[in-house]
Ligand binder design. Structure first.
Ligand SMILES: [Zn+2]
Length: 570
């Protein structure tokens, strides 16, 4: 009886240490963002301090474009798009998408090339989720670990549908998996066969040009896959890759020509915006999934077909993919996705509304100044809505999630927001006096934009550090406690040896138990580096699931063996 009690104590202690170790390790190891089921609605804006849109037909923001064409070129490296003069050395795969470079240099006020940074993991599925929700990825998406990966969080496509916009999709079938019931029309093609460089692309080409003449859509999405597959099979520096890029150039040339032809007053694309973009980049071997610069750097080419005044602009514009959902939502005038933490990109917003460079200190003439002021007022109000929406998400998330932000973080967020908000009541009043001198209102508006931008970039950085970076301290502590529990286990065995004179280590069962213990210890040591390497090719959290599962099974087997051993002894 006494023996049972004594060894029961050991068992409880070891089990307790095990549980604590696994909890601490996984808290540092897993990406813990949880998905919220809420979505944004037009009427929500009345709770914000911002101006509602002056026109009664619009919702959160005044729509800047009527139709949007999104062409996704999978695994589009930044150097596929940017001119080779931008890089130290010219490579064979550069300057192939000539039409984009020509448009950007010939019409700087209406066409622009942006560098876009994707958040890892840089796999298409996770990227499309990030682009449409404006949120950071989760490795284990609690809502959809099993079954179809349809997006459960509020997203840009969902907002389009909710607000009566019609979306047509063609190309990579990942879109129809993520959005099974959203498209008015869809032409999905299987993305599974990596060796197939043409099926998806040919399908896109077949439907893209005829669709440009049709009136039955507001947003068109065409997702080409050939460059991604060419990279995986042949690498970036290969003939098939060059051929693919040249093929895309020809297609884009036709698309741009068609859109230009139909862009006159009263025509179908009078107020359309074209975006040609990558979902992520790729390494020279065609790999992607990780966080290296080659994998996260991609590009967005934006072109407006409105007649815009010609103003100088700079090439080096960069943007985050996190900002995409909220930027296109603001341009189309639909509510921003509930969980988005991105910022409306000033330059993309300017391009569709009117091109201005915020940091440009050139002296403006009177007409320019009035236009600039009008644009700044408009943008400040968009950022007001943007900041209010992000603050609302953070508040709701912190209230409903078990693992939220720390109280210091929340305090800092509130502080930055209330500072920007305090300014806003002043800026708002100022903008309502139309006769206010521009000399005073310009600096005020700029300050307001900076205040909101500070708030938004603080939240995005904080969220990145909380939700996508591994907490090495916690992981280390977890492993430390696990080692301690193994030490206790050895002590328990030694104690048994001493008290009962049973030679456990020579007995068959406990030999297995000891072996298991050793294996467990070794596997734990091995999993950490393995995990980091698996990050490079992680597929929707399978690495995390695998680790959890193996740890669980090992612990179970180990405890089972240990129990058996104790029963035999007593
Ligand atoms: Zn992709």
């Amino acid at each position: 009886m006494w023996g049972w009690w004594r060894f029961g104590k050991w068992t409880v202690l070891i089990m307790f240490l095990h549980i604590i170790a696994i909890l601490i390790f996984t808290k540092g190891f897993l990406l813990t963002r949880t998905e919220l089921p809420h979505s944004s609605h037009c009427s929500d804006l009345s709770q914000s301090p911002c101006h509602s849109s002056p026109s009664s037909s619009s919702c959160w923001t005044k729509p800047a474009v009527d139709r949007l064409i999104i062409i996704v070129l999978d695994a589009l490296r930044f150097d596929f798009v940017a001119p080779s003069s931008f890089f130290e050395e010219k490579q064979p795969w550069m300057d192939k998408l000539k039409v984009l470079q020509r448009m950007a240099s010939e019409n700087p006020s209406s066409a622009k090339i942006f560098k876009a940074i994707a958040d890892p993991p840089t796999t298409s599925l996770q990227r499309l989720k990030g682009l449409t929700t404006g949120a950071l990825p989760t490795f284990i998406d609690v809502g959809n670990s099993f079954g179809a990966p349809a997006i459960v969080e509020d997203n840009f496509i969902n907002q389009l549908i909710q607000n009566g916009k019609r979306v047509v999709m063609m190309g990579d079938d990942t879109w129809t998996q993520l959005f099974p019931n959203h498209f008015n029309k869809s032409y999905p093609y299987p993305s599974f066969n990596v060796k197939d460089l043409n099926t998806v692309d040919n399908g896109c080409i077949e439907h893209l040009l005829p669709s440009l003449y049709q009136q039955d859509w507001d947003v068109l999405i065409a997702h080409f896959l050939g460059v991604d597959h060419a990279g995986h099979i042949h690498g970036v520096d290969s003939t098939p890759m060059i051929e693919k890029l040249e093929q895309y150039n020809a297609v884009l040339e036709k698309v741009i020509k068609e859109l230009q032809n139909q862009s006159g007053p009263g025509k179908l694309h009078e107020n359309s915006l074209l975006l040609v973009m990558g979902d992520h980049g790729q390494t020279l071997n065609g790999d992607h999934g990780g966080g290296s610069p080659e994998e996260v750097e991609t590009s967005i080419f934006a072109m407006s077909f409105k007649d815009l005044p010609s103003l100088p602009s700079e090439f080096d514009s960069s943007s985050c993919e996190l900002d995409f959902a909220v930027t296109v939502s603001s341009l189309l005038g639909v509510p921003f996705p509930f969980g988005s933490i991105g910022r409306v990109n000033p330059e993309l917003y300017a391009l569709a509304v009117c091109t201005w460079n915020l940091d440009d200190d050139k002296t403006w003439n009177n007409q320019d100044q009035t236009k600039l002021e009008e644009w700044l007022q408009n943008y400040a109000n968009v950022l007001c809505i943007n900041s209010w929406q992000v603050k609302r998400y953070i508040d709701v998330y912190s209230a409903s999630s078990v693992i939220g932000f720390s109280s210091e973080d929340l305090f800092r967020i509130s502080d930055l927001y209330s500072k920007a908000d305090e300014n806003w009541s002043y800026t708002k009043n100022l903008s309502s006096y139309k006769n206010g001198s521009s000399n005073t209102s310009l600096p005020v508006l700029k300050r307001q934009i900076v205040a909101y931008s500070n708030f938004l970039s603080y939240v995005a950085e904080l969220a990145r550090s909380k939700w996508t970076e591994f907490n090495l301290k916690m992981m280390g502590t977890g492993i430390g406690i696990m080692l301690l529990s193994l030490y206790c286990h050895t002590l328990a065995i030694k104690n048994l040896n001493k008290s009962y004179g049973v030679s456990l280590l020579s007995s068959r069962d406990s030999g297995i138990s000891f072996g298991l213990m050793l294996t467990f210890f070794m596997s734990l040591l091995l999993t950490v580096p393995l995990f980091y390497s698996s990050l490079r090719s992680v597929k929707e959290g399978k690495a995390a699931n695998f680790l959890l599962a193996t740890t669980g099974i090992m612990t179970l087997r180990y405890s089972f063996m240990k129990n058996k051993m104790l029963i035999e002894v007593s």
